[in-house]
Write a protein that binds this ligand. Structure first.
Ligand code: MG
Length: 432
C-alpha cells in the first residue's frame, strides 16, 4: 500500500508579467507544465496539456497510460494551435509523476518532455531523474560542453523537445519503486535557474511539510532573482515499501521502452523535428537550425585542433626553409672569390663583387702586386673585380698578369710558370 502527500507553490517571478506555469496535484497524479509562446499561447498550452493529461491518465492509470496521456496532451495542444493561427507555435514542457498499480504492485511512473525537472530526494541525497531536452544538455551528452558550461550557455533555454509543437512527441518514461520517506520534487526551470542542488537539498531536508517546502523553495528562487515563472510540486511517499537498506529502483524507459539517454542523435532529432513556422513562433530552433548549430560547433572544435597542428607544422617548415636558405646563401658567399684593387694594390677578396645581401666581401690576401705591375688593359676589369673560383685560382690569375706585364717590359725574359695568359680575360668581368 502506497500513500502520497503533496504540496505545491507557484509564482510569476520578478520579471515576467504573467505566469505560464501550471502545477497539478491530485490523489495519484502530480505535474508541472511550463508554457511558452507569444500572446496567451504559453498559458493556453500549459492549461490544455495538464487538462488533457489528467483526463487521459484518469481513463488509464498505468505507466503506459501516463505515457499515452502525454502523447494525447501533445495532440490536443498541437491541434489547437493549428486551428488558432494566433496561438501558432505555442507549446509547453511537462513533467509528471503518478502512482500506478501494475501486476498487483504499486509503482511510481514518471514522464518528461522539455526542461522542467523531476528529482528524487532519498536518504539525504537529491538526484535529478529527468534529462533536460535542451540544446545545451544535448551538447553535454555529446561531450561538447561540461555541465558547468551548460549551466551558463546561451542555448540552455532552447528546447529540443516540447509538447504541442509538432504532431508527435517522444516521451521519456521511468518506473520507480516507491520507498517510504522518499520525496519527489517537480519544478519548472524558474527554480533551477536560481537555486543550485545544494540550496534545494537544504530546504527539502529541513522542511517536513511538502506544501511549506514548496512555498519556501519558490520564495527562495524569487529572492535569488525570480527571472522566470517558478513552480514547485513536492510529493512525499508517506506509506510504501519500507526498504531502508536497499537503493531505490529507477527503471528508465522512453515511451518506446528506451531511455532517452540511449537515443542516438538522429533519433533525438527525429523526435524533435518541428515545422519551421511552429518552431520559429515558439522560439525553438528548427531541426535544420539545430543541425547547423551542431555542425558549426563541431567544425569550430575541429578547427581549434587543426589550427594548432597546422600552425606548429607551418612554424617547423618555415623554420627549416629559413635555416636552409641561410645556409645556402652563406655557402654561396664563402665559396666566391674575386680579385680587386685597393689603394693601387691587387687584393684577393672572399665573397661576391659588391657584396651579396647582408654579406660584404672580406679581404683574404694582399698580393703585393700593384696596378703598375699588370698590363694596363686589365685595370678596368680589375677595378670592377675579376671573379675566381678559389684563392689559389686568384693567386694564379694575379701571377699571370704580372708575368704578362714582365713580358711586355722585357720581351727577352722567359715567361715564368704557371702560365703565360691569365685564366680570366677582361671580357668576363662582372660588374655589379
Ligand atoms: Mg520557465
Amino acid at each position: 500500500m502506497t500513500l502520497l502527500r503533496s504540496g505545491s507553490a507557484t509564482d510569476t517571478g520578478l520579471v515576467r508579467s504573467v505566469n505560464q506555469d501550471l502545477a497539478v496535484e491530485s490523489a495519484n497524479l502530480f505535474a508541472v507544465a511550463d508554457g511558452m509562446g507569444g500572446h496567451a499561447g504559453g498559458e493556453v498550452a500549459s492549461r490544455l496539456a495538464v487538462d488533457a493529461l489528467s483526463a487521459s491518465f484518469g481513463r488509464q492509470p498505468t505507466g503506459a497510460g501516463l505515457s499515452e496521456a502525454v502523447s494525447e496532451a501533445n495532440t490536443v495542444v498541437w491541434e489547437h494551435s493549428l486551428g488558432n493561427p494566433e496561438l501558432r507555435g505555442m507549446g509547453t514542457t511537462l513533467t509528471a509523476v503518478a502512482l500506478v498499480n501494475e501486476d498487483g504492485r504499486d509503482a511510481l511512473a514518471l514522464v518528461n518532455v522539455g526542461d522542467s525537472r523531476s528529482y528524487r530526494y532519498h536518504d539525504g541525497e537529491l538526484t535529478q531523474i529527468t534529462t533536460d531536452h535542451s540544446l545545451a544538455e544535448e551538447m553535454v551528452r555529446t561531450g561538447e560542453l561540461t555541465s558547468a558550461e551548460a549551466a551558463v550557455h546561451p542555448h540552455r533555454h532552447i528546447l529540443t523537445r516540447a509538447l504541442g509543437v509538432s504532431s508527435d512527441v517522444a516521451v521519456d518514461l521511468w518506473r520507480i519503486q516507491p520507498v517510504r520517506g522518499d520525496r519527489f520534487l517537480l519544478c519548472s526551470d524558474g527554480l533551477t535557474n536560481e537555486l543550485d542542488t545544494a540550496q534545494i537539498t537544504e530546504v527539502l531536508s529541513s522542511v517536513t511539510d511538502p506544501g511549506e517546502a514548496a512555498g519556501l523553495l519558490v520564495r527562495a528562487a524569487r529572492t535569488h532573482g525570480g527571472s522566470d515563472n517558478i513552480t514547485v510540486v513536492v510529493v512525499d511517499v508517506v506509506v510504501g515499501e519500507d526498504d531502508e537498506t536497499s537503493e531505490p529502483t529507477v527503471a528508465a524507459v522512453s515511451s518506446d521502452f528506451r531511455s532517452s539517454t540511449d537515443q542516438t542523435e538522429a533519433e533525438v532529432d527525429d523526435a524533435t523535428s518541428l515545422p519551421p513556422a511552429a518552431a520559429a513562433e515558439a522560439g525553438l530552433p528548427s531541426r535544420r537550425e539545430r543541425r547547423k548549430a551542431k555542425r558549426r560547433q563541431r567544425r569550430a572544435a575541429r578547427g581549434r585542433r587543426l589550427i594548432t597542428f597546422r600552425t606548429l607544422l607551418f612554424v617547423i617548415l618555415f623554420g627549416a626553409i629559413l635555416v636552409g636558405a641561410f645556409a645556402a646563401i652563406r655557402w654561396y658567399d664563402t665559396n666566391s672569390y674575386f680579385v680587386g684593387v685597393s689603394k693601387n694594390e691587387l687584393v684577393i677578396y672572399q665573397g661576391r663583387i659588391g657584396g651579396f645581401l647582408w654579406y660584404h666581401p672580406v679581404e683574404v690576401q694582399r698580393t703585393g702586386a700593384t696596378t703598375a705591375d699588370v698590363p694596363g688593359n686589365y685595370l678596368g676589369a680589375l677595378n670592377a673585380g675579376v671573379e675566381e673560383s678559389s684563392v689559389g685560382a686568384a693567386r694564379n690569375y694575379v701571377a699571370n698578369l704580372v708575368n704578362i706585364r714582365q713580358q711586355q717590359l722585357n720581351p727577352q725574359v722567359p715567361a715564368t710558370s704557371p702560365a703565360t695568359t691569365p685564366t680570366s680575360s677582361p671580357t668576363t668581368t662582372k660588374v655589379t
